[in-house]
Design a protein around this ligand. Structure first.
Ligand code: ME8
Length: 516
């Protein structure tokens, strides 16, 4: 039995509506989750919202509302978007849930029992936007000479009584972790950055605040709330029922992968494993940092007026086309730039003109000319066997090997090459011409293509679940036969059946003018 698979996204700050970066990360995690289910693994997929902290408290104050009202409203927007994008999460987590307070206090007590928490005074720089403490040496100068965090966000001098976590004690254990698991953080460049940061020495971390109260209370010190990252990271455990010894926890912890953006690697690859070591909890197997999505090469921001509502992209291009674009266009782990033209080009050339056209011309030909089904009788020719092998290699070997490593673009490239091979085969074999000259051979050609389209639709289904399901429905393929196990088994097709095939990828219109 394959090992269970637990994938998480970062939990998102609901201090505003979700943006395209949130959609990107969550779609990628969804594709990984669907892919592992298709492989037959038991999967748990968690996403959600990170609702405490100063950033939320300040935003609510600016809007004249309460943090809870702000969180309720905005968290709803995240959930609605993820439902719209066909995200198959098992748990949508909110850190304001009562169970989460109990879990965060439990991990706190475990760290305290291990002698890793002490009360002192914090004096230093804090960025509310990043919810992060920075060393003086890490700061950079802004255009007006003001001090900024390495992420370019404002920092403020903070002096407070605070609980501290003995992060310094974990320098050696963390370096040993990276040594023994060189793929603990991927891509490799991010692992190197983390290692250098830890080699440079670790200072104890301030883990509580007294200047506001929107957070989880520190057990035994009611005037302190936990530093938001302590409770935020704990969500990965709470969602499985921690601190109770639940079946979910036993099955799915440690997590297979925490999927996050490149800006929050330090929290996941340094603080989180240190907290877990301190609390005596097993460590996640991997932290994968994806790149940032840019709008025509620029970061989206309110001041540039280029913030795109992901719903608008879904309305305009369709959910499957958007999902496909996000994973196909850029190497996962690097930054990528998107534009309406790039989405239209990709969707039209690969989905509508290549895969969609292949499926529609073959299936509608069968519907029209073969009464909707037949059992081929002519022998399998070399060209048929070669195409079947080629497609099966792409769908059952190359795409899964790439998706297993989260190398989505690479897997889809192998898949696309197989689609091209099928279209070339249709042109060479010209089944429409065989209809008059050799109808038995025509049926064999169509049956070969039918098998290939089935394989292609199953393999790509984690990326474009709706369109794949429509194609497989029109091919009368049982739900139970839509898996990698069915692909790998490679049973030849005895019978071909189609039922009312319809085009599933509309051709998209190229935008006439786009705002610069
Ligand atoms: O960091 N492109 O929340 P968040 C791609 N609450 N990904 C992007 C992006 C972009 N333009 N902008 C942001 C937080 N992201 C914390 C996480 S986890 C215990 C707590 C990614 O709403 C970002 O890197 O600011 C992060 O992984 C996720 O979106 C949520 O960001």
């Amino acid at each position: 039995m394959a090992e269970p698979y637990y994938i998480t996204t970062a939990i998102h700050y609901p201090n505003g509506k979700p943006h395209i970066g949130h959609a990107y990360e969550t779609v990628a995690a969804d594709v990984a989750a669907r892919f592992q289910r298709l492989r037959g693994r038991e999967v748990r997929f968690q996403t959600g919202t990170d609702e405490h902290g100063l950033k939320m408290a300040q935003k609510a104050r600016d809007l004249g509302t309460t943090p809870r009202e702000l969180a309720d409203e905005m968290s709803g927007h995240f959930r609605t978007l993820f439902d719209r994008l066909n995200i198959s999460y098992d748990r949508f987590f909110r850190t304001t849930e009562e169970v989460h307070h109990r879990a965060s206090q439990a991990i706190w007590r475990a760290m305290e029992a291990n002698g890793d928490l002490y009360l002192d005074r914090y004096e230093g720089w804090y960025s509310v936007r990043d919810e992060a403490y920075y060393d003086e040496s890490e700061l950079v100068k802004g255009e007006g000479g003001e001090k900024l965090s390495p992420q370019g966000t404002p920092v403020e001098w903070t002096v407070e009584e605070s609980w501290f976590f003995r992060l310094s004690k974990y320098q050696e254990p963390l370096l040993a972790l990276y040594r023994d698991n060189p793929e603990f953080v991927r891509p490799a460049g991010k692992m190197n950055e983390v290692r250098s940061f830890v080699e440079g020495g670790l200072r104890d971390l301030s883990v509580s605040r007294t200047s506001f109260d929107w957070g989880v209370k520190v057990p035994g010190a009611d005037d302190h709330v936990m530093y938001v990252w302590v409770d935020a990271l704990t969500n990965y455990l709470t969602g499985l029922g921690y601190p109770d010894d639940t079946e979910e926890f036993r099955t799915f912890w440690p997590a297979s992968v925490h999927l996050i953006g490149k800006d929050i690697v330090r929290f996941h690859a340094v603080y989180w494993p240190a907290f877990l070591m301190s609390a005596g909890i097993a460590l996640p197997k991997e932290v994968f940092a994806h790149g940032f999505l840019l709008n025509r090469g620029q970061k989206e921001s309110k001041s540039l007026g280029n913030v795109t509502d992901p719903h608008e992209l879904a309305d305009r291009f369709g959910v499957d086309a958007l999902r496909y674009f996000l994973l196909r266009e850029f190497t996962f782990g690097q930054d990528g730039s998107y534009s309406a033209e790039a989405i239209v080009n990709r969707a039209n050339s690969e989905l509508a003109n290549s895969f969609g056209n292949l499926a529609q011309r073959v299936l509608s030909f069968i519907a029209k000319n073969c009464g909707g089904g037949f059992t081929p009788e002519a022998p399998v020719a070399d060209a048929d066997a070669a195409l079947t092998d080629r497609v099966r290699q792409a769908c059952a070997v190359e795409l899964p090997a790439a998706f297993e490593k989260l190398a989505f673009a690479q897997g889809l490239e192998a898949w696309m090459q197989a689609v091209f091979a099928c279209n070339a085969y249709v042109d060479e074999q010209a089944p429409w011409a065989l209809r008059k000259t050799d109808p038995q051979r025509m049926e064999r050609v169509l049956a070969t293509l039918y098998g290939c389209i089935r394989d292609l639709a199953i393999a790509v289904s984690p990326v474009i679940p709706d369109a794949s399901a429509k194609i497989l429905d029109a091919m009368c393929i049982d739900e139970g036969a839509r898996s990698f196990a069915a692909l790998a088994a490679g049973a030849p097709f005895q019978a071909v059946r189609v039922d009312n095939p319809k085009p599933v990828f509309p051709r998209l219109e190229m935008p006439e003018t786009e705002p610069a």
